[in-house]
Design a protein around this ligand. Structure first.
Ligand code: AP5
Length: 214
């Protein structure tokens, strides 16, 4: 399985990636997680990326592509992967296509997780993450059991940054829908349902054969 989960911030890409990892035994490759890890470790890359991330902008392509190239070359990615949050623009998609061509491992499908703006906003403002175990909760839809976790909010989940992230998605990431549609790889799922229902839709979508191109 070599897939991309495409969708706006808060569409549920991370949540569904975790379930796909369990079901299919391939790694989740999340550029957001890799970048947050670099920020937490205060590496040179993390220091460079932090300002863009905190303001809801994309980190520069060269940094992200370097990270992805390194991650895809690790042994656990040989049998497949779930790309979460990458690619984010046409230049990244073209670079990915080239990289995978060289490796002889093209994508099987790209799943677009569709969700209304109002729901995205609620999911992002409600998200809380346990600092100790990394578990993701939502104060509206999946509140944590009281007292068991040390909760934090991602700096880019503040209302003033969410608007910018959604703007960046519209301008830079949404064009990928047409790009992957033209390549015959796009599958669309309704992400406005409970986690298990969305998972079943994604699983069905990635197993579907590619539409025949005329
Ligand atoms: P990244 O970490 O990739 O963030 P994102 O794409 O904005 O996506 P999120 O992680 O916010 O949301 P998600 O879709 O994973 O939703 P989740 O499952 O957590 O990127 C962060 C930043 O890093 C970017 O802004 C950029 O600066 C940089 N970056 C990353 N990749 C880059 C790239 N390729 N190029 C350049 N820069 C890059 O769910 C959200 C909430 O909803 C949770 O609380 C969850 O519990 C809840 N939820 C999930 N599913 C459901 C459901 N079905 N029903 C109810 N609640 C649900």
């Amino acid at each position: 399985m070599r897939i991309v989960l495409l969708g706006a911030p808060g569409a549920g890409k991370g949540t569904q990636s975790q379930l796909l990892v369990k079901a299919h035994g391939v790694p989740q490759i999340s550029t957001g997680d890799l970048l947050r890890d670099a920020v937490a470790k205060r590496t040179e890359l993390g220091t460079r990326a932090k300002a863009a991330m905190d303001s809801g902008k994309l980190v520069d392509d060269a940094t992200v592509l370097g990270m992805i190239r390194e991650r895809l070359s690790k042994p656990d990615a040989v049998n497949g992967f779930i790309l979460d949050g990458f690619p984010r623009n046409i230049a990244q998609a073209e670079a990915l296509e080239k990289m995978l061509k060289e490796l002889g491992t093209p994508l099987n499908s790209v799943v677009l997780m569709n969700l209304d703006l109002g729901i995205l906003f609620r999911r992002l403002t409600g998200r809380r993450i346990c600092e100790e175990c990394g578990k993701v909760f939502n104060v509206f839809t999946s509140p944590p059991p009281s007292g068991k976790h040390r909760l934090m909010q991602r700096p880019d989940d503040k209302e003033e940054v969410i608007g910018k992230r959604l703007e960046v998605y519209e301008a830079q990431t949404k064009p990928l829908i047409k790009y992957y549609e033209a390549a015959g790889l796009l599958r669309v799922v309704d992400a406005d349902a409970d986690v298990d229902t969305v998972f079943k839709s994604i699983d069905r979508a990635v197993l579907k054969p590619a539409p025949v191109k005329q």
